[in-house]
Design a protein around this ligand. Structure first.
Ligand code: HEM
Length: 405
């Protein structure tokens, strides 16, 4: 079974779920030949591995490319550090990036979302194509992060292309070609310079924003260095944009696949927070990320040697019937989900999950209230091509304008 899982194959990327099932059922410890790596796909296995940072390290990078950190040429950010350094950094960052700071954004995000709905309505009325992903889901996280990071209104036009370059280069993988594509390196270095200046300005004269809070954060006598803060800005922008936009788009696409569920959610918006977890479980923005074994590990009778890359197949684990029962493949907005891997688990559990959930909740509350029949045209949609993430480039909307039924 050498090619059941080919992460680069467009057919696999379009519908990875049959391959995931075969992996779980037939080869839960899968060895991929080229590039060489292992893949874990059952929920219990991924859950245990990702929560054991001593045996499964993040320090060699999160893809199956061998020298991702060297190619990037950057000091590792928190997501590529192991304890104990990671523990110190995460504690400090948590002091500045609090759920309370996130919650305070709600009204602002709601106003932005309403503005985007009005824009889509105008476009529909003018007979212009409306793209749910480009016009609605994707601009929201960029707006939220720019605001949170204290990027002034006047600089937003510069911020957006940096985000696009950073996200694009991440999705293309970390090979040298992908890195050089689309001026990504230049965009990233511009962005670093911009945030270096911003950190210096906030250190000199703190405001109430996140960067000022991070600069002031202190725990056990330690403070964040400039690099620590920059590194955090970098992972926030790289990891918090596409992921969140895609959660919203996946949600609308999933609801359009089951109108009974859509009606139920529109009628009872208090189910939206739970529905978001269900969307993430069924169509996770992050499908798989790697760890590296620090010692030999034996699982289901197979030995994975030390120093090997092992993919944590979050997307496969989240549809495992062993965890979610016989309806694991089906959308159920009221499903009880005691645990899932949409935001990973363990020490690297997504630190932005509260921000992602807030944005997606506000987006869906407003969209379903204004357009309860909103849907998407999958035949004209364009998927993102990526071995690690799942999402959209373009997702034409239906049900916004005159065709609403
Ligand atoms: C639906 C949206 C999101 C999804 C699906 C998602 C998913 C994830 C996952 C799977 C991880 C673990 C990475 C690993 O296994 O190594 C992670 C970590 C992380 N995420 Fe998110 N994320 C989302 C939104 C955000 C947002 C909005 C932010 C912005 C603040 C963010 C910032 C981070 C950071 C900084 C980490 C690293 C945490 C650490 O290493 O301790 N994410 N995210």
């Amino acid at each position: 079974m050498t090619d059941v899982y080919d992460p680069f194959d467009p057919a696999f990327q379009a519908d990875p779920y049959p391959a995931y099932r075969r992996l779980r059922d037939e080869e839960p410890v899968h060895r991929h030949a080229e590039p060489p790596f292992w893949a874990l796909s059952r929920f219990d296995d991924v859950w245990a591995a990702v929560r054991d940072a001593a045996a499964f390290s993040s320090a060699q990078g999160l893809t199956f490319f061998p020298d991702e950190i060297g190619t990037l040429g950057l000091a590792p950010t928190m997501v590529m550090l192991d304890p104990p350094r990671h523990t110190v950094l995460r504690k400090l960052i948590s002091h500045g990036f609090t759920p309370r700071r996130t919650a305070a954004l709600e009204d602002l995000l709601r106003a932005f979302v309403r503005g985007r709905i009005a824009l889509m309505e105008r476009k529909a009325a003018d007979g212009e194509p409306v793209d749910l992903h480009r016009d609605f889901s994707s601009p929201l996280p960029t707006f939220a992060l720019a605001h949170l990071l204290g990027v002034p209104e006047a600089d937003r036009a510069r911020f957006d292309p940096w985000v696009a370059a950073l996200v694009g280069f991440q999705d293309g993988g970390f090979g040298a070609e992908a890195l050089n594509a689309g001026g990504a390196i230049e965009a990233v270095s511009e962005m670093f310079q911009y945030f270096t200046d911003l950190v210096a300005a906030r250190r000199a004269e703190p405001t109430g924003d996140l960067i000022s809070a991070l600069a002031a954060a202190e725990a056990d006598g330690e403070r964040l260095t400039d690099w620590d803060i920059l590194g955090f800005c970098f992972v926030m922008v790289a990891g918090g944009n596409d992921t969140t936009g895609n959660l919203i788009s996946h949600g609308v696409a999933l609801l359009d696949g089951d109108h009974g569920q859509r009606e139920r959610l529109a009628a009872d918006p208090s189910l939206i927070p739970n529905a978001l977890l269900e969307f993430l479980r069924l169509e996770g923005s992050v499908q798989a990320l790697a760890r590296t074994t620090t010692a030999p590990v034996v699982l289901h009778g197979v030995e994975i040697p030390a120093g090997e890359k092992v993919m944590m197949m979050y997307g496969a684990a989240n549809r495992d019937e062993r965890e979610f029962g016989p309806t694991a493949d089906r959308l159920d907005v009221a499903r009880e989900i005691p645990r899932h891997l949409g935001f990973a688990s363990g020490v690297h559990f997504c630190i932005g999950s509260h921000l992602a959930k807030l944005q997606a909740r506000v987006a869906l509350e407003e969209l379903l209230a204004a357009h309860p029949h909103v849907g998407v045209d999958l035949d004209r949609a364009e998927r993102l091509s990526s071995a690690f993430t799942r999402g959209w480039v373009s997702l034409p909307a239906t049900g916004i304008g005159a065709d609403a039924s």
